[in-house]
Design a protein around this ligand. Structure first.
Ligand code: GLC
Ligand code: CA
Length: 563
């Protein structure tokens, strides 16, 4: 809902609730277990709404809670209008929605429509025979001399095709083989998807995070990819990401569903560029309100093996910040359920745990866009390395581990990659308190809790004014109180500095400066001018005044000034 118009440096800004929101992502399986079976659930979320309200959250996005055989933990849906048994019932869902609304908060669901589960009735019917009425709802092809139709790799490893012995044809799966891709070329598929979307919107939910949506259109499947390194299956993003023509489907979906409700939509859009912003997230033409791009994640991931490329990270943020200032809107994040913990990857979880968790938080939180916090990020949760591959749950982790072994890698080297990259690092239970199982459950949970839970937990940090949690609370309070952070312009003040990230936000007559050192070494910083103004927030316990153009930042020091 648009409420008023304001001017930012010659630009008109449109005020909207979802631009002013602070969003929190819940991975239901690991959030809170209300009935003592070791698995998080919907009633468990209700129990923690006070916590989220106190934190200052407006919008909650919950990862899939639909019926699912859980090959990919709910991202393989077998019934879009049913609730996963472990998570509860539709009554529990309705109670959650009501409880969220009663607090003035909003609830987003995960919309997974690039694929279904192979156990969804649509696929069960589709696979029955070549002339099944639903055959064309999925992407079926003949093999080539005992091999798949082409050499595209799945994002989760191996071929993107699976042979179905029933009819001796292959079906396409961009993700796991239990996630067959829907055929968006088929109008009946699209109608069925839109009906389902509208069913949820009519129920009163407040929007969607739209899963894997840049993959719904594919290149012709007779396109073979060159394989420079001789690999049998070739990384195939260029075959099924942002393919020309995708916007026809996105615009149709918007017109037939989203556009008719006052909701918030955020796309998961691997591989898009700001030049395409207008159709993806432009104020008038955008298929969604905002999108998660992956560009900064790529840079963050590279820091596993080499020092973080701070200059490149800033360049990428600048590209998106400037690129979407006039048309479009950013979704800001440094963690989600597909990544690893930011403090473990980019920060220094051993020597500067509190400092780096807060510096990374401040680095992204005051940019132009709607910030998202992934559960546990607000207390600086760390990666959870487990001894053996058999301790892991994630289908992608396991596929990729065994693929590396099959390609000749040693077990220990393959495990190193698991420890550094597995999505299970962020899927362990939330550490609520120091009681057994970290207060997540009364029994041994589905994934082990982090061994440091007795000290690293919500309860301990809630009592500590200098904790990561208290820092996040302050950041949220500041963002909510000051519209410069929502509507102001963005300027990178020191694009070439190799350690520090310094940017300015300005709106009308107000200016703020965000200063972070993203390395574990002291950083000498020279600004164009002396910083005069109020130090509004810092992660330094004993901050020294900055009163010259050149000053020294401690490792992972973070400061926010009102100029
Ligand atoms: C998205 C989700 C991820 C899931 C995949 C397949 O990337 O974020 O968790 O595995 O889509 O649905
Ligand atoms: Ca439970």
């Amino acid at each position: 809902m648009e409420t008023a118009f304001r001017r930012v440096e010659q630009q008109t800004v449109t005020r909207t609730w979802w631009k002013e929101a602070i969003a929190y992502q819940i991975y239901p399986r690991s959030f809170n277990d209300s009935n003592g079976d070791g698995i998080g659930d919907l009633r468990g979320i209700i129990e923690k709404l006070d916590y989220l309200e106190d934190l200052g959250i407006d919008v909650i996005w919950i990862c899939p809670m639909y019926k699912s055989p859980n090959d990919d933990n709910g991202y393989d849906i077998s019934d879009y209008q049913g609730i996963m048994e472990e998570f509860g019932t539709m009554e529990d869902f309705d109670a959650l929605l009501q409880a969220v609304h009663a607090r003035g908060m909003k609830l987003l669901l995960d919309l997974v429509v690039n694929h279904t589960s192979d156990e969804h009735p649509w696929f069960v019917e589709s696979r029955q025979s070549i002339d099944s009425p639903k055959r064309d709802w999925y992407i079926w092809r003949d093999g080539q001399g005992g091999e798949p139709p082409n050499n595209w790799a799945s994002i989760f490893g191996g071929s993107a095709w699976e042979l179905d012995p029933e009819t001796n044809q292959y079906y396409l799966h961009v993700f796991s083989k239990k996630q067959p891709d829907l055929n968006w070329e088929n109008g009946d598929v699209r109608t069925a998807v839109y009906d389902m979307v509208n069913w949820w919107l009519d129920k009163g939910i407040d929007g969607f995070r739209v899963d894997a949506i840049s993959h719904i259109k594919k290149k012709p499947t007779d396109t073979m990819l060159p394989s420079p390194d001789g690999k049998k299956y070739v990384t195939a993003f260029s075959m099924y990401s942002n393919i020309d023509g995708i916007h026809e489907y996105l615009q149709e979906m918007k017109r037939k569903t989203f556009a008719n409700y006052d909701i918030m939509t955020v796309g998961e859009t691997n591989g898009i560029e700001p030049e395409a912003a207008d159709l993806w997230m432009g104020a008038d033409n955008g298929a969604m309100n905002m999108a998660f791009h992956f560009d900064h994640v790529d840079i963050m991931r590279q820091s596993r093996l080499a020092p973080l490329d701070v200059v490149e990270l800033k360049r990428i943020f600048d590209k998106w910040q400037q690129g979407l200032l006039e048309t479009g809107w950013n979704a800001l994040y440094i963690e989600n359920h597909d990544m690893v913990r930011a403090v473990s990857l980019v920060g220094d979880e051993n020597h500067y745990w509190r400092e780096s968790a807060t510096a990374l938080g401040m680095m992204y939180f005051f940019m132009h866009g709607t910030p998202f916090i992934y559960q546990g990020q607000e207390i600086g949760m760390k990666n959870v390395p487990l001894p053996s591959i058999h301790d892991y749950d994630d289908v992608a982790t396991k596929n990729e581990y065994f693929e590396r072994i099959a390609n000749g890698m040693s077990e220990i080297d393959s495990m190193q990659q698991v420890w550094g990259t597995s999505r299970d690092n962020v899927r362990t239970p939330i550490q609520w308190d120091a009681s057994p199982h970290a207060g997540f459950s009364t029994v041994t949970p589905w994934m082990p809790v982090h061994e440091e839970y007795e000290t690293l937990n919500v309860e301990a940090q809630a009592k500590d004014a200098h904790s990561i949690l208290s820092f996040y609370k302050t950041m949220i309070r500041l963002r909510r109180a000051e519209e410069t952070f929502t509507y102001g312009s963005y300027r990178d003040v020191l694009p070439d500095h190799r350690q520090a990230f310094v940017y300015e936000r300005a709106f009308e007559d107000k200016r703020f400066l965000i200063v972070t050192n993203l390395t574990a070494n002291p950083a000498t910083v020279t600004l164009p001018d002396v910083v005069t103004g109020t130090l509004v927030l810092t992660n330094e316990l004993d901050p020294e005044p900055i009163d010259t153009e050149t000053f020294l930042l401690k490792p992972f020091e973070a400061r926010l000034y009102r100029l």
